[in-house]
Design a protein around this ligand. Structure first.
Ligand SMILES: CC(C)(COP(=O)(O)OP(=O)(O)OC[C@H]1O[C@@H](n2cnc3c(N)ncnc32)[C@H](O)[C@@H]1OP(=O)(O)O)[C@@H](O)C(=O)NCCC(=O)NCCS
Length: 243
C-alpha cells in the first residue's frame, strides 16, 4: 500500500528542488542544493560520476558543508564525513488505513492550555524560532527555513514555546519538520496539536504528510505513530565537508 506512490520520497530533496522549491535552489550540472540560510541539503543524481561530485563541491565551495541525508549516492573518499545518525522516514496513513496507529487514537490534541494560542509564524518570529530550535534541537533550522512552507507555533502568555512546520515538498507530499517544544512546556499536547494541524493543512490540499526522525528519538516516534504516521524506510542523516 505504501510503495505505489512513494517513489518521490526516495530522494525528497532532489524532487523538491526540481519542483516546488526550484526558486530556492542553486544548481551546477546535475548537482543541486538549497540556498544558504534556507537549508543545507544538497544532492546529486542517482548514479553520479566524479565530474558531478566536482560540480557539487564547486557549488558549495571549498570546505563547504553538504547535508546528504536524502542523496542516494555516497561521496568520494576525499569528502570528510562530519556526522552520521540513523533515522527513519515515516509517512502519514490516511484515517482508516491499516497501520500501527490511526488518527482515531488521538484524543489529547483537543486539549488547550489556558493562556496558550496556536498561531502561524512569519519572518518577524524568526529570532524566537532560532532560539527555540537552538534550545530543543529538532534538526537543522536556519534564518530562511520558514520560506519552505507554513510554520505554526504555540505561544504561552506571548512566548513561543512550541513550533512545527513544512519543509521538503516532493510532488504529492509535504514533510513536517522542526517539531519542538520548550522543555518547560512539554507533555501538554503542544507537539501533537501542531503536527495534527499541519496534517489537516497538508491533506486539505490533497497532499500526504511525511517526516524524518532520529531512530533513537523513541518518544517522538511514539508521538508520530499515535498521530497516524508509519515507518517507510531507514535513512542516514549524514553531513560531509567538501574537499
Ligand atoms: C518530541 C517533542 C516535540 C514532544 O513535544 P510535546 O509538546 O511534549 O509533545 P506532546 O505533549 O504532544 O506529547 C508528548 C507526551 O505528552 C503526552 N501528553 C499529551 N498531551 C498531554 C496532556 N494534555 N497532559 C499530559 N500529557 C500529555 C503525550 O501522550 C505524550 O506522551 P509520551 O510521554 O508517552 O510521549 C519534545 O519532546 C521536543 O521538543 N523534543 C526535542 C526536539 C525533538 O526531538 N523533536 C522531534 C524531531 S523529529
Amino acid at each position: 500500500m505504501l510503495d505505489r506512490d512513494t517513489v518521490a520520497l526516495d530522494d525528497p530533496v532532489a524532487e523538491s528542488l526540481r519542483g516546488r522549491h526550484a526558486h530556492l535552489a542553486r544548481r551546477l550540472g546535475r548537482a543541486a542544493g538549497y540556498l544558504p540560510e534556507v537549508a543545507s541539503f544538497s544532492t546529486v543524481s542517482g548514479d553520479p560520476d566524479p565530474a558531478e561530485w566536482d560540480d557539487l563541491a564547486r557549488l558549495l565551495g571549498r570546505g563547504g558543508f553538504a547535508d546528504l541525508f536524502s542523496c542516494p549516492a555516497t561521496p568520494p573518499a576525499d569528502w570528510e564525513p562530519i556526522f552520521a545518525l540513523d533515522g527513519l522516514q515515516m509517512v502519514f496513513l490516511a484515517p482508516g488505513a491499516t497501520g500501527r496507529a490511526g488518527r482515531a487514537d488521538v484524543t489529547h490534541v483537543a486539549h488547550v492550555e489556558p493562556g496558550s494560542e496556536l498561531v502561524e509564524l512569519g519572518a518577524d518570529d524568526v529570532p524566537e524560532m532560532l532560539d527555540l530550535t537552538a534550545r530543543t534541537r529538532p534538526g537543522p533550522f536556519w534564518p530562511r527555513t520558514l520560506e519552505l512552507g507554513t510554520y505554526l507555533g504555540i505561544r504561552e502568555n506571548g512566548a513561543l514555546v512550541a513550533m512545527a512546520g513544512e519543509r521538503l515538498r516532493p510532488p504529492g507530499w509535504t514533510e513536517i519538520s522542526a517539531v519542538c517544544t520548550a522543555p518547560e512546556a512539554r507533555g501538554r499536547g503542544y507537539a501533537s496539536r501542531l503536527v495534527d494541524a499541519l496534517v489537516t493543512h497538508i491533506t486539505a490540499r490533497n497532499e500526504r504528510p511525511f517526516l524524518h526522525v532520529a531512530e533513537a528519538n523513541t518518544s517522538a516516534i511514539a508521538l508520530y505513530e499515535r498521530l497516524g504516521f508509519a515507518f517507510r524506510k531507514r535513512v542516514t542523516f549524514r553531513g560531509f565537508r567538501t574537499p
